[in-house]
Design a protein around this ligand. Structure first.
Ligand code: UTP
Length: 290
C-alpha cells in the first residue's frame, strides 16, 4: 500500500522578474485570474486532489499571501450586516480550516529546488505534492492534481504531470524522456532541465505538478546550482530516478504559464470563457476589439 499524500508545498518566494513592474511590491502569486489570485486557484486544485495541509514557502514582500488565507473578521461581519450572503459564502468556502496551513521562509531565492528543500521539516518523512502557483490548469473533468493522485494510487513512487509543447519551446522547460505506455501514463527514463534548442529527448514538459517521495530532500541538501545558476528540482529528481520509480502522466487539460504575460492574459480569457456569468459579455467585448 502506498502512503497517502496529504501535504502540498507551494513555493512562492520567487522574484517574479518576468512580470515587473507589477511584481515590484505585489507577489506574482497574487495576480488575479478572473476574480481569484493565482495562489487561490492552485490551492483549490490541491484541495480537490485530496490535500489536507498547505505549506507555503514564502519570502520578503510575500506577507499578503498569508493574509489571503486568514479569516477576515471585519469583512465577514460587514457582509453579514449588509445581507450579502453569496459573497460571505464565497469568502468562507475557500478558507483553509485552522491549522491546515504552514508558512516558512526561503531567505534567498536560490531556485525552486532550494525553495522545496526549505519545506523539509514541515513535510517530514512522507510523500508530498508540489504545485507551482504560477501554472494554472484548466481541465474539463478532474483537476490535474487529482489525476496524479489516481496514478499514484496505482503505481506509487513519484508521479509528474507532463504536457506536449511545440519542439521550438522545449528549451524553456524541464523535459521528460519516457518509455511510452499504452495509455496516458509512461515510465520516466530520464529528465533534463532547459535543454539547449534541438537537444530535448522529447517535447513533454514537466509542467508544474509533482508527487514526490521524501528522499528528494536528502538529495536537495547537497544539490549544486544548475540551469540559470539556480538549484533546480529537476536535477534532484534526476538523481532520485536512479533509485526510485517515476511515472509521467499526460493529464487531461491544458496549462497556462501565468509567470509570463501572454500565458497570464490567455488564462484570464480561458477561465472567464468557462464562466456562465461572464462568457457572453466577454465574447461581445472581444468582438468589439477585433
Ligand atoms: P519561476 O521561476 O516561475 O518564478 O518559479 P520566479 O523566479 O519568481 O519568476 P521570474 O522568472 O523571475 O519571472 C516558479 C515558482 O517557484 C517559486 C516562484 O515564486 C514561483 O511561484 N520560486 C522560484 C521560489 O519560491 N523560490 C525560488 O528561488 C525560485
Amino acid at each position: 500500500m502506498t502512503a497517502p499524500i496529504r501535504k502540498a508545498v507551494f513555493p512562492v518566494a520567487g522574484l517574479g522578474t518576468r512580470f515587473l513592474p507589477a511584481t515590484r511590491a505585489m507577489p506574482k502569486e497574487m495576480l488575479t485570474v478572473v476574480d481569484k489570485p493565482l495562489i487561490q486557484h492552485v490551492v483549490d486544485e490541491a484541495r480537490a486532489g485530496g490535500i489536507e495541509h498547505f505549506i507555503f514557502v514564502t519570502g520578503r514582500n510575500k506577507g499578503v499571501i498569508e493574509d489571503h488565507f486568514d479569516k477576515q473578521i471585519e469583512l465577514e461581519q460587514t457582509l453579514k450586516e449588509r445581507g450579502k450572503q453569496a459573497e460571505l459564502d464565497m469568502l468562507t468556502a475557500s478558507l483553509p480550516s485552522p491549522g491546515q496551513t504552514s508558512f516558512t521562509r526561503q531567505q534567498e531565492p536560490l531556485g525552486l529546488g532550494h525553495a522545496v528543500w526549505c519545506a523539509r521539516d514541515l513535510v517530514g518523512d512522507e510523500p508530498f505534492a508540489l504545485l507551482l502557483p504560477d501554472v494554472l490548469v484548466q481541465s474539463s473533468g478532474k483537476g490535474c492534481l487529482a489525476q496524479l493522485q489516481e496514478e499514484y494510487k496505482r503505481s506509487g513512487g513519484n508521479v509528474i504531470a507532463v504536457e506536449e509543447v511545440p519542439d521550438d519551446a522545449t528549451h524553456r522547460y524541464g523535459i521528460a524522456d519516457i518509455e511510452r505506455g499504452a495509455g496516458a501514463s509512461h515510465a520516466v527514463k530520464g529528465m533534463v532541465e532547459k535543454p539547449v534548442p534541438g537537444a530535448a529527448p522529447s517535447n513533454l514538459i514537466i509542467m508544474g505538478r509533482y508527487l514526490l517521495q521524501p528522499e528528494i530532500f536528502g538529495i536537495l541538501e547537497g544539490q549544486q546550482r544548475g540551469a540559470g545558476g539556480e538549484i533546480q528540482i529537476t536535477d534532484a529528481m534526476i538523481t532520485l530516478l536512479a533509485s526510485q520509480k517515476f511515472t509521467a502522466v499526460e493529464y487531461e487539460g491544458k496549462s497556462f504559464d501565468c509567470g509570463s504575460k501572454i500565458g497570464f492574459l490567455a488564462a484570464n480569457i480561458a477561465f472567464a470563457l468557462e464562466r456562465e456569468d461572464l462568457r457572453d459579455a466577454l465574447l461581445e467585448e472581444i468582438a468589439k476589439l477585433t
